[in-house]
Design a protein around this ligand. Structure first.
Ligand code: DAH
Length: 339
């Protein structure tokens, strides 16, 4: 065979071995079979050989051309397949990977605490009634026997709205509304949001939740209050919890009381949660003031009652030793998930 053909064949084989991409194969195709390639350059050779030699040379050139074409096509197929396989490998889904868990919402701890409290009172025969967050001075203060110059009416504590309206500062605003609309016996608990124009700190917030409760009937006594509230606290925390009723002052009760429970953490020995007193304050309460009953058309000569109010967050805070009320409003899932 002519050395020129040998040479082309050899260099093609060598180059083909080194080809790695489809693009390179296509480059090789242009180089060898294109108009400026070595195969084309062989054509003038045909004219220079003798007529006997010409068919042999022609056949040799054609054979090589065919060989090159075939080899290129094979390489193309092989590389195409490899590329396809690579793509599939990259796109492969590992169906054995664990899924990303979606965290489900929970009842907010304040709501579940509220539910626990309400359940106990409902079981005792109380019904739930709600009052308005926006109310008048009359229901929030006046009807509850607040003297006009009482400090709780101070602009600093109350969010006043236009007209004679305000954001209730306590759930006690439901008392007169319910008493006006119902005749004794009245046994009502009333949860809701309350608002105070105070600096937000670890212990106080501008919006917080309270539960009000009151019982009005013939012959309701202080002893009834203590036994009712002792029973409630025993169910909420544990039987055998100690309680303490201290005199205090609220304009709408006489006598006024503050209720303490023995510290749930140190059981009265003294710790940082009870500030080493052994007691935790849990509610304000008292015997409903005769003026309040009178204001709502209930005759205090015939009827009497008790009432109390307590903070929902505070209750959970002392129960679980939570140091900061703001945690309930930050909506940090790491905090909320613990309940
Ligand atoms: N309203 C009072 C407060 O927000 C709590 C309270 C005290 C409610 C005595 C009562 C009560 O019903 O009798 O601080």
């Amino acid at each position: 065979m002519r050395p020129e053909i040998e040479e082309i064949s050899a260099s093609f084989k060598k180059e083909l071995k080194e080809v790695k991409t489809l693009k390179e194969v296509e480059g090789l195709e242009v180089n060898y079979l294109g108009r400026k390639g070595p195969m084309q350059a062989l054509m003038p050779l045909l004219k220079s050989v003798s007529p006997e030699e010409r068919p042999l040379l022609g056949k040799a050139i054609n054979d090589l051309k065919e060989f090159i074409t075939l080899q290129l096509a094979e390489s193309k197929d092989r590389l195409l397949l490899a590329e396809e396989n690579n793509r599939l490998k990259e796109e492969r889904l590992d169906v054995t990977l664990p899924g990303r868990p979606r965290s489900l919402g929970n009842t907010h701890p304040l709501q579940s605490t509220l539910d626990r409290i309400l359940d106990i009172f409902i079981e005792m025969g109380f019904s739930v009634q709600l009052g308005p967050d926006i109310d008048t001075d009359y229901y929030n203060f006046e009807v509850l026997n607040f003297p006009p110059d009482h400090p709780a009416r101070d602009m600093q504590d109350t969010f006043y709205l236009e007209g004679n309206y305000l954001l209730r500062t306590h759930t006690s605003n439901v008392q007169a509304r319910v008493m006006e609309a119902n005749r004794p016996p009245i046994r009502v608990v009333s949860p809701g949001k309350t608002y105070r124009n105070e600096t937000i700190t670890a212990r106080s917030h501008v919006v917080f939740h309270q539960i009000e409760g009151f019982y009005v009937d013939k012959g309701v006594t202080y002893a009834d209050f203590v036994s009712t509230f002792d029973a409630f606290l025993g169910k909420l925390f544990h039987q055998g919890i100690k309680t303490r009723y201290r005199t205090s002052y609220f304009p709408f009760v006489e006598p006024g009381l503050e209720v303490d429970v023995s510290c749930l953490h140190c059981h009265g020995k003294g710790c940082n949660i009870c500030k080493y007193s052994g007691w935790l304050e849990i509610a304000g309460a008292g015997m409903i003031h005769p003026e309040v009953l009178k204001n709502t058309g209930i005759d205090p000569e015939i009827y009497s009652g008790f009432a109390w109010g307590m903070g929902v967050a505070r209750l959970l805070m002392i129960e679980r030793g939570i140091p900061d009320i703001r945690l309930f409003f930050d909506n940090d899932d790491r905090f909320l998930r613990q309940f």
